[in-house]
Design a protein around this ligand. Structure first.
Ligand SMILES: [Zn+2]
Length: 258
């Protein structure tokens, strides 16, 4: 399987030098193209006021460049939007699920608890984070976090209909149905850790952090204890060299892999 690393949304939140990215994967498989996360899509670029709430626009300062949308980057590689048959989502936050409507032929795979959080949100945080319009007309297929052990992670599962070297690695904490996506590429396992952490230093040994992104992680978390224990396990995975670990938003990790 050939894996491409894409930036599907540059954002410039205040106090984060260098900005952040939306690190997505485009995977060429024998079942068609598979995307991992979608960043912001054409709907957000063409009408941000209608698709991204005012607070998020101020906090994230998205650049919204049509050339960064996943569908544009798919076409640039000579494919059509309809060639994307599957989208795997780490979670349903708007900067990860924004482009879903650009891929009408795709089945969108999420953990069942994540879709439940979006459709039946509990509390202020959940009610604010999942815009309904992003899910309109989208074909979801939900999966329960139930499976086997994988390098110290539990309940890791394959995705029916996809090659068995693509796995969901539940990393609950940022949201209640947040998952990592593991892909076995030509050079071994890659683990897209979504928003399990925001800054590369968090999973280095010894760990380091930057204040603005540590605050962001806390402000956007749903279950703190699980989030922190997953960061610890990701750090161990990285230290042992068992997988190439990266998160959704770190531009240095993306540059290393792209
Ligand atoms: Zn995010």
């Amino acid at each position: 399987m050939k894996v491409h690393h894409l930036n599907c949304a540059t954002m410039r939140p205040p106090l984060v030098a260098g900005g952040i990215v939306a690190h997505c994967l485009l995977i060429e498989t024998d079942r068609g193209l598979v995307l991992v996360d979608t960043g912001f899509g054409t709907h957000e670029v063409s009408d941000p006021e209608a698709t991204i709430d005012g607070l998020s626009r101020r906090l994230l300062k998205p650049v919204l460049d049509i050339e960064e949308t996943a569908v544009h980057q798919v076409r640039k590689r000579g494919y059509t939007a309809d060639d994307v048959r599957h989208v795997l989502l780490t979670h349903l936050d708007m900067d990860h699920a924004g482009g879903l409507r650009d891929f009408p032929k795709a089945t969108v795979h999420v953990l069942d608890t994540e879709l439940a959080a979006a459709t039946n949100p509990k509390g202020v945080k959940e009610r604010a984070r999942y815009p309904k319009a992003q899910r309109e007309g989208v074909t979801f297929r939900t999966h329960t976090a139930q499976g086997e052990a994988w390098f110290g992670f539990e309940a890791v599962r394959d995705v029916p209909g996809l090659p068995d070297d693509i796995l969901m690695v539940p990393l609950i904490g940022h949201t209640r149905g947040h998952t990592g996506i593991a892909v076995k590429g030509d050079d071994g396992w890659l683990l897209h850790a979504g928003d399990a952490y925001f800054y590369r230093g968090e999973v280095e040994t010894p760990p380091s952090t930057i204040l603005a992104l540590r605050i962001t992680a806390r402000q956007t978390e749903t279950i703190r204890e699980q989030r922190l224990s997953n960061v610890q396990r990701l750090r161990e995975l990285k230290e042992r060299g068992e997988a190439e670990v990266f998160c959704a938003h770190d531009p240095v990790e993306l540059a290393r892999l792209a």
